[in-house]
Design a protein. Structure first.
Length: 705
């Protein structure tokens, strides 16, 4: 790998850009298969650390490859030759490692001349002791606050977020107190120059390790699932915190060690061999994380992650930085986006949802803003990192007017347009979902809640449940069409012909699908007229049932016996809505002509009082049962009409109870129901039975013939 122009600060910036990176070869792989790759990737990007000063006998690595042949075979041959020379140089430096270590140790002793072991030990003890004392003092001062934080109840989502980030702030404050105490002691004492560099290096490694522990407690919180950012069980949280800290600690102390050895004059190839050996340790930790006991049951994801990690390590060893960084950034971006999404969804989930309710989607606008904002930042950071590691001169590219330049600039604009469109869609969908959730009755039916809601509020909620799903579909189609057209325009595609062609096709489709257009337009007018809503019972021609839902073209009706009718809007016609406001149900009772009508009215009033005394029936009745008097006088009965007003859908139950009570009350008061009868009379001297028998015989004879 090219070491020219290497700077430790740039290496740390690269490491910071990979903080959330983890490797997963395919989408089915676990998102944490290679979370520890962060440090390894930074070490790979930096290569072995070189000394700030000149290094004796350190060969200079070529920055470019002299390629005489312009053909593909020539390029491949030159690259293979370069890899071979690189590996042979590393192999040749291996036997000299012990001598290089001894030489570096001798230079360290020379740098500490005049300072005995006791003095050095005292300096280190005071240095570390001051940092530990400052941290312990801060921990004692904030013990009560941390205890309250661990047990504080979460009433709202902001309460949970404040508690999580308060815990992170406390952990970071612990690290800062340790750093302040150590740095204060470091500045207050006189150190040998060489020992000063060693102490500063390992202090940086310790601080990186401590920050990793703080971030691990923030993300995984193995001791308190309530404050955990990423959804997982306690065993998995403890595993990831431990192994991520081990990985970063190995990387940090290994990096500092190589840096110190470089400053002590160790040969470049020798330190490079040592870096590769330390990289094997990092690779082993990563493989342990990939093949963890709690990993996915299917091995495909683990195998893919293993292949990816090993490929990146090999690319580092053979000095193929372009391949290495493309793999790192591509896989890392996908995993980082998914991890961030899961963390945001977990933090912003409803307070009443448990940790196992992973399917519960937050309906907070802030959750969408944070999630999509973090996704945009990750994409921008990945692009910037790729440009940086590939040493692309953006100023030079921007100054050129070539097809490739125009395409790249247009692609960047298209990505921005798609990100903005995605943000707008997510905000709109979240707002619509939140309104739908607020309009849903409690428990799915909400008998208890609906009793305290006004009629107008119930109507408003029902109308929202009807219109919002349609609005969501329309918004998605409009935003998607506009975003795609704008993105194509930025890429240099002429969209005017597309729009004109779409218009022509639209006209052709309109003529060829008049029925479809009729259905869509009819549905729009039905919705504008508020003819029906989800949950209402309607009748239209031969179709009747409860409205379960609808699309742009048709409506779904659930018949009371179970079948579902899917009826195009164009076939509905006139609609009877049986679920609005109130229902008047009329009952006709036939009594005999010798019935006392005044007694009938009294009995009906008594039945009405009994029904209204029943709370279960009374809540569905608006006006009680009453007699309307004689409606008609038929051939065999006096028709007495009764009526009552009930809430839509309740009249069926009330009617059945009325029939039952009317029958019992009439029987108890001697009121007889009239029904048609036939009286057959014979001539003089002829019994009625004989006449009836003769009539039956006369009827049966033609049937037999």
């Amino acid at each position: 790998m090219n070491q020219a122009g290497f700077q430790p600060e740039r290496m740390w910036l690269r490491a910071k850009g990979c903080v959330l990176t983890a490797v997963r070869g395919v989408r089915t792989a676990s998102m944490w298969h290679a979370i520890g790759m962060i440090g390894l990737l930074a070490l790979l990007a930096a290569g072995p650390v070189r000394a700030e000063g000149p290094v004796a006998a350190a060969p200079t690595e070529p920055t470019t490859l002299a390629v005489e042949e312009a053909s593909l075979s020539g390029l491949l041959e030159a690259r293979v030759q370069f890899w071979g020379d690189h590996l042979r140089g590393l192999t040749a430096a291996l036997p000299g490692l012990p001598a290089e270590f001894m030489a570096a140790g001798g230079r360290l002793q020379e740098g500490l001349a005049g300072h005995g072991p006791g003095e050095v030990a005292l300096l280190l003890a005071v240095f570390v002791g001051l940092g530990v004392a400052a941290e312990m003092l801060f921990g004692w001062a904030t013990k009560g606050y941390r205890s309250r934080l661990q047990s504080a109840p979460f009433v709202t989502v902001p309460d949970r977020i404040r508690a999580v980030f308060s815990g992170l702030s406390l952990d970071l404050a612990h690290v800062l107190c340790f750093a302040a105490g150590s740095v204060g002691g470091f500045l207050a004492m006189t150190w040998p120059p060489l020992l000063r560099r060693v102490v500063v290096g390992y202090l940086a490694a310790v601080l990186v390790f401590r920050l990793t522990l703080a971030l691990g407690r923030f993300l995984f919180a193995p001791d308190n699932a309530r404050l955990r950012v990423l959804p997982m069980d306690d065993a998995a949280a403890s595993f990831w915190q431990k192994w991520c800290a081990a990985f970063v600690g190995w990387f940090a102390f290994g990096y500092v060690t190589i840096e110190i050895l470089r400053q002590l004059g160790m040969n470049f190839l020798a330190t490079q061999d040592l870096a590769y050996v330390l990289g094997l340790g990092l690779l082993g930790i990563l493989l342990r994380m990939i093949w963890r006991p709690t990993g996915p049951a299917h091995p495909t994801g683990r195998i893919a992650a293993t292949v990816l990690v090993v490929t990146i390590w090999i690319a580092w060893v053979i000095s193929a930085p372009i391949l290495m960084w493309v793999l790192i950034i591509g896989a890392g971006l996908a995993v980082a986006i998914r991890v961030t999404h899961r963390a945001v969804m977990h933090l912003f989930r409803p307070v009443e949802a448990t940790d196992q309710d992973a399917h519960v989607r937050p309906v907070s606008v802030w959750a969408v803003i944070v999630d999509r904002g973090a996704r945009a930042l990750l994409i921008v950071a990945a692009i910037w990192l790729l440009i940086s590691v590939l040493n692309v001169d953006m100023n030079a590219i921007a100054g050129q007017d070539t097809p490739l330049t125009r395409f790249l600039i247009g692609a960047a604009h298209a990505v921005v347009i798609l990100l903005i469109a995605d943000l707008l869609w997510q905000l709109a969908r979240t707002a619509i979902d939140r309104q739908l959730r607020e309009t849903q009755p409690a428990g799915g039916h909400g008998e208890e809640v609906d009793t305290v809601l006004s009629v107008e509020e119930m109507r408003r909620r029902s109308r929202l449940r009807t219109l919002l799903p349609i609005l969501r579909i329309v918004l998605f189609v409009v935003l998607a069409a506009i975003a795609i057209l704008m993105a194509l325009s930025e890429l240099g595609v002429q969209i005017a012909p597309l729009i004109a062609g779409a218009g022509v096709v639209g006209v052709a489709v309109g003529f060829g699908s008049q029925t479809l257009v009729k259905d869509i337009i009819s549905g729009m007018f039905y919705l504008l007229d508020d003819a029906f809503r989800v949950g209402e019972y309607i009748v239209s021609g031969n179709y009747r049932g409860t409205v379960e839902g609808f699309s742009l073209r048709s409506i779904r009706l659930r018949h009371h016996r179970g079948p579902i009718f899917t009826v195009p809007f164009g076939m509905l016609g006139a609609i009877q809505n049986l679920s609005r406001d109130w229902v008047i149900d009329k009952i006709t009772v036939g009594v005999t002509y010798d019935t006392n009508l005044d007694l009938v009215k009294k009995v009906v009033k008594q039945v009405s009082r009994e029904i209204m005394a029943d709370p279960a029936l009374a809540k569905g009745i608006i006006q009680p049962l009453k007699s309307q008097g004689v409606a008609a006088m038929g051939d065999f009965a006096i028709q007495v009409r009764l009526k009552f007003m009930a809430k839509p859908g309740e009249q069926f139950v009330v009617r059945r109870v009325i029939y039952d009570k009317i029958k019992k009350a009439f029987d108890a008061n001697g009121i007889k129901f009239a029904f048609p009868t036939v009286t057959v009379a014979g001539g003089e001297g002829m019994p009625s039975a004989a006449v009836a028998q003769q009539a039956v015989a006369m009827i049966q004879k033609p049937a037999a013939e």
